[in-house]
Design a protein around this ligand. Structure first.
Ligand SMILES: Nc1ncnc2c1ncn2[C@@H]1O[C@H](COP(=O)(O)OP(=O)(O)OP(=O)(O)O)[C@@H](O)[C@H]1O
Length: 239
C-alpha cells in the first residue's frame, strides 16, 4: 500500500432503489500506480467508477483526491480535480467530429492552457485519430471509438484515469494495443485505475489488485500474489 495516496476511498456504499450495489468499499491508489479492480458481471465495478466520478451518488462513505473530499461534488468539478473516466461503451458524441470530441475533453480549466500541445500528443499516440479528425465520431469503428474515448480523457490533463472495461468488444489484437496504451500512459506518470473482466491481462499489467464480489472487496494484494491465489485462479483465471 502506498504512503502518498492520490485517491482514498473509504466505506463507499451505492444503492439503486434501496438495493445495494456497493457495500462499504475501501481502496487506496498511490500517485503513479496502476491498479486493477476485477470481478464478475454485476460485482459493482462500474458503480464504483461512476460513484468516484460523481455520476452516481453514494449513500455512505468518502472519496478523497489529494486529501480533498469529493464525494458530494458534481461530475464536472471532479473532472476539474484531475479525475478522468473512459466509460464502458465509450460514450462519445456521435454527431460531433473526432476533433470536437477531443476538444470537449480539453475544455476544462485545468486543460485549456496547453490545448494545442495536448491535442498533438493525442494525435501522436493515435495517428488514426489525426487522419480522421474531421470524421463524425459515430462513424468510427469500435476500436477507433475506444481510442477517441481515451484521447478525450487525456485531453483533460488528468492525474488519474479510470478505465471501465477498455477491452470490451475489441479483437484480441486490438485488446493488446489498448492494454499497451494503458501501460504507456501510466509510464508517462498518469495514475491508472483499471476495471476489467479480463482478469489475467489486467493482473499482468498492474502492480496491485482488488477483487470485487457482490459489491464488496473480498481480496486485495499485489497482482503477483493474486495471480497465485487458488481462489482467484479457480474463479477468474479458469485454472
Ligand atoms: N442504474 C441502475 N439501476 C438499478 N440497478 C443498477 C443500476 N446500475 C447498476 N445496477 C445494479 O448494480 C449491480 C452492480 O452493477 P455494475 O454495473 O456496477 O456491475 P459491474 O461489475 O460493472 O458489471 P459488468 O461487468 O456486467 O458491467 C448490478 O446488480 C446491477 O444490476
Amino acid at each position: 500500500m502506498p504512503d502518498d495516496a492520490l485517491l482514498e476511498i473509504d466505506d463507499l456504499c451505492v444503492a439503486y432503489d434501496g438495493s445495494n450495489a456497493l457495500n462499504g468499499v475501501s481502496l487506496r491508489i498511490g500517485k503513479g500506480e496502476l491498479i486493477c479492480v476485477v470481478g464478475a458481471n454485476g460485482a459493482g465495478k462500474t458503480s464504483l467508477i461512476r460513484s468516484i466520478s460523481g455520476i452516481v451518488p453514494s449513500s455512505r462513505g468518502s472519496v478523497r483526491i489529494n486529501g480533498v473530499e469529493i464525494s458530494r461534488r458534481p461530475p464536472w468539478d471532479i473532472c476539474e480535480m484531475g479525475i478522468a473516466q473512459v466509460a464502458e461503451g465509450r460514450q462519445i458524441f456521435s454527431a460531433l467530429s473526432v476533433e470536437d470530441n477531443l476538444l470537449i475533453g480539453g475544455s476544462l480549466k485545468r486543460a485549456r492552457h496547453d490545448l494545442a500541445n495536448t491535442l498533438d500528443s493525442v494525435y501522436q499516440l493515435f495517428g488514426r485519430l489525426r487522419e480522421r479528425r474531421d470524421q463524425l465520431a459515430g462513424t468510427l469503428s469500435g476500436g477507433e471509438q475506444q481510442m477517441l474515448a481515451i484521447g478525450r480523457a487525456i485531453m483533460s490533463k488528468p492525474e488519474i484515469v479510470m478505465f471501465d472495461e477498455p477491452s470490451i468488444g475489441l479483437s484480441p489484437a486490438l485488446t493488446d494495443v489498448m492494454f499497451g496504451v494503458v501501460k504507456s500512459l501510466n509510464e508517462q506518470g498518469i495514475t491508472v485505475l483499471l476495471v476489467e473482466q479480463n482478469v489475467a491481462k489486467s493482473l499482468a499489467l498492474s502492480s496491485r489488485g482488488y477483487v470485487l464480489e457482490n459489491g464488496s472487496v473480498v481480496l486485495h494484494g499485489s497482482s503477483r500474489d493474486l495471480v497465485e491465489n487458488p481462489d482467484v485462479q479457480r474463479a477468474y483465471l479458469g485454472l
